[in-house]
Write a new protein. Structure first.
Length: 340
């Protein structure tokens, strides 16, 4: 088995498997040159051009992973794959509606990886920004940040009252500014703290800060935190973004594995990853009812005993490493049969 990776992708550096050869490649053209002439099983985790996908599909069994939902997007290169694999039933349904026919019918899902963190470690404030060094503006602002003290090493301490947390990169697919345009005024009417453990581009952070104005100093930014095992136990509930651009939500799985319940709109993919009333609470999308259901939920949480998602063992077992291994075994057997 050969694993082709871009030279800048260092994720696989520590992979130790004698049966796997790791080969750095700069482009998909070089990939095509390195492959056998015919009849290889080619599994692609990154986007290909339509031309390359078509060329590969004529000579090989080409399987492509769709890691994002096909929301307001075209299938493009995926239409040329012998099999298309994706991460949730929600993504499968969107691909089917878009006319993609050769779908692998089982969602691969994902797993919660929190073993890498120390739950007892302190959580220190970091920059709320992810600077894009390709942009002159971001290079300038990034260099000025230490001068203005925008990333103080302050330790997080949970404040009295109900604490909701965002534990996520602040990126467009989460739609946090749009979400808080509806729910920030609601949170401001209740004794709720919002703690944001994540970072994003300048525009995304700016837009989110604008929508958080009603919360004033009850909304705090802590920057991107690698050790989420220390973050989740120190908030009361994880708050997700809006659903339609989200493929699965690994932070939702991680929160539940750490014993932190989730608040999410009642829509896919969150209806796959959250058991309403057991591992969290699902509420009507605030764009549909002006936040009425969300406010009713927030009002009720103060008097409710906090859920422990870890009690839903069968649900969480679907997102465990052993379950992923079994799904992968079934997928490889399926793809191998296609070569026979």
């Amino acid at each position: 088995m050969t694993l082709y990776v871009h030279p800048d992708n260092r994720f696989w550096d520590d992979l130790r498997a004698s049966a796997i050869e790791i080969v750095p490649l700069q482009s998909e053209a070089r990939l095509i040159e390195r492959l056998p002439e015919r009849d290889a099983l080619v599994v692609v985790h990154t986007k290909l051009s339509e031309k390359s996908a078509l060329d590969l599909s004529k000579r090989h069994c080409l399987a492509g992973f769709a890691h994002l939902p096909l929301h307001q997007r075209r299938p493009e290169w995926l239409a040329h794959c012998s099999r298309v694999v994706t991460v949730s039933q929600y993504c499968l349904d969107l691909l089917r509606r878009a006319g993609v026919e050769r779908l692998y019918p089982e969602p691969m899902y994902g797993i919660a990886d929190v073993a890498r963190g120390d739950p007892a470690a302190p959580v220190l404030a970091k920059s709320r920004y992810l600077w894009d060094r390709r942009k002159a503006r971001d290079r300038l602002l990034g260099s000025l940040q230490p001068i203005f003290g925008l990333s103080k090493e302050t330790e997080y301490v949970k404040r009295p009252g109900l604490t909701l947390g965002i534990v996520s990169l602040i990126v467009p697919i989460k739609q946090f500014p749009l979400l808080f345009s509806s729910i920030a005024p609601i949170l401001a009417r209740h004794e709720v703290n919002l703690e944001i453990f994540g970072a994003g581009g300048f525009a995304q952070v700016r837009d989110l800060k604008k929508e958080l104005v009603p919360l004033r100093d009850r909304a705090r930014f802590w920057g991107y935190q690698e050790n989420v095992a220390a973050v989740f136990p120190r908030i009361d509930y994880l708050l997700t973004g809006l659903p339609e651009k989200e493929a699965l939500g690994l932070n939702v799985l991680e929160a539940q594995m750490c014993g932190t319940p989730v608040l999410a709109p009642k829509a896919p993919p969150f209806t796959e990853t959250v058991l309403d009333g057991q591992t969290g609470y699902l509420y009507r999308d605030p764009r549909e009812d002006n936040g009425l259901a969300f406010e009713k939920l927030i009002s009720s949480l103060a008097g409710k005993e906090r859920l422990d998602p870890r009690l839903a063992k069968d649900h969480l077992a679907r997102f465990s490493y052993p379950a992923l291994v079994e799904r992968t075994r079934r997928l490889l057997a399926h793809l191998g049969a296609g070569l026979g």
